[in-house]
Design a protein around this ligand. Structure first.
Ligand SMILES: [Zn+2]
Ligand SMILES: [Zn+2]
Length: 245
């Protein structure tokens, strides 16, 4: 049995005072963090999840609210945690240069810094199964701004399977990816369709019956949806929500 903790559930802009995208998957054989936003260190601290419990970080795409927390995570691991455990950072092709470039741009560069732990970058080409830390991951392309290399993730832990949409608008192949999932965590930014790169609640309500998963939970909530939490037909996540997988 694995434990899922929603570390952050807001849209890109911290709607409703929530933290941005991050989900911690605690498995019997280690911890996996799905996405790592600038607010993720704060979330981990508040929820009592030590960075050392994270064996791997898997990034869905290269938007700041999904990966810009990694440089800070790495520096905190060096100077705060005195980390010794190896860490894997996985993501779409180019993940290493994206993370290093972001780190340089925000004054948290890694070049010339000696890390006291092994850091390994792993690329996740679409539709290929890759072992990452305690889980097997398979990424799939989604409908989002192309220059962010947008992907969803199948996360397999033993016989259980979580599917995470990352950021995406609706596309007709999405239901196929949810087939057999114990949990599908789907982004839902808007109430009604605004742009094709993000999902809207109204279209999800109508189309959710097409998903073939045990449980559907919505995250990446914009302002209007964050305010309606608890009054919606579909289940939504809140910061700190824990679920069993
Ligand atoms: Zn986002
Ligand atoms: Zn995005």
């Amino acid at each position: 049995m694995s434990r899922i903790t929603f570390v952050g559930t807001s849209d890109a802009f911290g709607a409703g005072g929530r933290r941005q995208a991050a989900i911690f998957v605690e498995t019997p054989s280690g911890g996996l963090l799905l996405d790592c936003a600038p607010t993720t260190n704060t979330g981990l601290a508040e929820l009592g999840i030590p960075r050392d419990a994270v064996d791997a970080i898997a990034v869905s795409h290269f938007h700041a609210d999904h990966f810009a927390g990694i440089p800070g995570f790495l520096l905190a691991a060096v100077y705060e945690d005195r980390r010794r455990r190896p860490l894997v950072v996985a993501g779409p092709p180019g993940v290493e240069s994206r993370v290093r470039g972001a780190a340089d741009a925000i004054g948290q560069g890694l070049a010339g810094r000696e890390l006291p732990f092994a850091l390994r970058f792993v690329e996740l080409p679409a539709e290929r199964r890759v072992e990452v830390g305690p889980a097997a991951l398979r990424s799939f392309p989604v409908a989002h701004q192309p220059d962010s290399c947008p992907h969803g993730l199948h996360v397999e832990v033993g016989a259980r399977r979580l599917v995470y949409s990352g950021d995406t608008g609706w596309f007709d192949d999405l239901p196929r990816h949810t087939r057999g999932a114990d949990l599908f965590v789907c982004e839902c930014t808007f109430e009604t369709p605004v742009i094709p790169e993000h999902m809207a609640y109204d279209e999800l309500v109508e189309r959710a019956p097409r998903f073939a998963c045990e449980r559907l939970v919505l995250t990446h909530l914009g302002t209007a949806l964050a305010e309606r939490r608890g009054h919606l037909a579909l289940e939504t996540a809140d910061d700190g929500l824990e679920l069993d997988l």
